[in-house]
Write a protein that binds this ligand. Structure first.
Ligand code: NAD
Length: 287
């Protein structure tokens, strides 16, 4: 079997086209959806992520503002900025680019964001809503994975889903979303003994560990759907996922490439959440 590739870039483009229409509809109602991005420090990877997010906003007709604070900015300064953004009616989404410098308490900063503008979905309130299956702003990466899974036409209910990686931003919310869709979910992490005994049972395998080559062909069930969330830069500069692409491709029915799989969807779902936030304010939202 050679897996069909799930084209995240193409899906992201299709979604962004509909998002432009939604932004237009909002503007006809007198609103311009707006995202504020806060970056503290000069981490080069974070700067690239922020640039991509601002570019995606522009592509979708969503307004954006970036606030770049020096790495020595105090927690109080960050909290003051968030207070101002919470009160600013032109801002519908606030994203604080992580990681923050170590002298700043991440939880205090995230918890200071107005829950109605928490488009990353990391605030305790939104995490709780996700647990109850009532999320308004699902975290962007697992949200994107969910839409990629839908494109395969595979029914999630009743399937064995295995999530490798248990971080707060990817693995845990991903597992909750799959549970909400009535999959039987296992979560594996760095302390899991004999990872392969879990992955081999997976009809749906989501890998988000940040370890290149972690999942190889023999660890994958014949005909599985494999979603590779990992993004790893090799010493030669190449970007690869956590899945050994060639060997897994021979076993899986569906597989996401890296790059061009989950990555473009993450940014797209951020725009989705920002538009939804603005639509809620404008009275145009369903949720
Ligand atoms: P993280 O470091 O916060 O968490 C990694 C998780 O993987 C942990 O739960 C850890 O226990 C687990 N893990 C590590 N080594 C393991 C092993 N050998 N076996 C089993 N589990 C193991 O990482 P994160 O923020 O969740 O990101 C994970 C990966 O996904 C990274 O490569 C990151 O760059 C990528 N990522 C991609 C996107 C995207 O848009 N495509 C978004 C977020 C993160």
């Amino acid at each position: 079997m050679t897996a069909q590739l799930i084209n995240g870039l193409a899906l992201a483009h299709r979604l962004r086209a509909t998002m432009r229409e939604r932004a237009e509809k909002l503007s006809q109602a007198g609103y311009r959806a707006g995202l504020a991005v806060v970056l503290v420090g000069d981490d080069p990877a974070s700067a690239v992520y922020v640039r991509n997010k601002l570019r995606a906003c522009e592509e979708c007709g969503v307004g954006s503002q970036s606030y770049i604070l020096p790495g020595y900015a105090t927690e109080g300064e960050v909290l003051d900025l968030i207070d101002r953004l919470n009160a600013d009616d032109s801002v519908h989404g606030i994203l604080v680019q992580l990681p923050l410098p170590p002298h700043i308490n991440v939880r205090r900063v995230i918890e200071s964001i107005d829950v109605c503008k928490d488009v990353d979905g990391f605030h305790l309130y939104n995490v709780g809503a996700l647990v109850l299956g009532q999320s308004v702003f699902p975290p962007c990466t697992p949200y994107g994975v969910q839409l990629l899974l839908e494109t395969t036409g595979i029914e999630v209910a009743g399937k064995n889903a295995v999530v490798v990686g248990a971080s707060n931003i990817v693995g845990k919310p991903m597992a909750l979303m799959l549970l909400q869709k009535e999959a039987t979910v296992s979560i594996c992490h760095v302390r899991t003994r004999d990872l392969a005994q879990f992955t081999i049972l997976a009809d749906i395998l989501i890998v988000a560990a940040g370890k290149p080559g972690l999942i190889t062909g023999p660890m994958v069930k014949q005909g599985a759907v494999v979603i590779d969330v990992g993004i790893n830069r090799l010493p030669n500069g190449n970007i690869v996922g956590d899945v050994d692409f060639e060997s897994v491709r021979e076993r899986a029915a569906w597989l996401t490439p890296v790059p061009g799989g989950v990555g473009p969807m993450t940014v797209t779902m951020l725009i989705e959440n920002t538009l939804r936030s603005a639509e809620r304010v404008a009275g145009l939202a369903v949720t």
